[in-house]
Design a protein around this ligand. Structure first.
Ligand code: ZN
Length: 157
């Protein structure tokens, strides 16, 4: 188990585009495990993208199991292949502590990715899972929720 340091807004790595993962080797599996441990060690995180721990590779972890949803999901090279409808959700981000914002996202998405075994998977998501997947995949392109939010709020402690 290894917890990695979460990079915060202002760190230029969060603004860079991550590279596709071509080979799923032990380093990538370790990265995914560490990302999961880092996510679980954070108080209210439900998703984490590799650039948030300083690695510019297209990998995300999502865990909504404590909210009664899906997870843990460890996705490699995730890509939104279909998006439908709209929903507005109040989002936060482990890289932007203390701030929440309302962001308009698709109501439903279909995401294609590889799992840890390198198998192609297709995920249909709606509600909060769709929001988290969009948020994390944005991180892989250097986009933060604050770029898209229309209203901001202080996060209550
Ligand atoms: Zn985030």
């Amino acid at each position: 188990m290894a917890i990695r340091e979460i990079r915060e807004e202002g760190d230029p790595i969060l603004r860079k585009k991550s590279r596709e993962i071509e080979v799923i080797d032990d380093r990538i599996l370790q990265l995914l495990d560490d990302m999961y441990d880092t996510l679980k060690a954070s108080k209210d995180g439900v998703g984490l993208a590799a650039p948030q721990v300083g690695v510019l590779k297209r990998a995300i972890v999502v865990d909504l199991s404590e909210e009664g949803g899906e997870g843990p999901l460890k996705l490699i090279n995730p890509k939104i292949v279909k998006a439908k409808g709209e929903q507005v959700c109040r989002e936060g981000c482990l890289s932007v502590p203390g701030l929440l914002g309302d962001v308009t996202r698709p109501a439903e998405v279909v995401v294609e990715a590889l799992n840890e075994k390198g198998e192609h998977i297709k995920l249909k998501a709606k509600e909060i899972l769709a929001v988290v997947l969009c948020h994390e995949i944005d991180h892989l392109d250097g986009v933060l929720f604050v770029d898209k939010a229309t209203e901001f709020y202080d996060a209550e402690e």
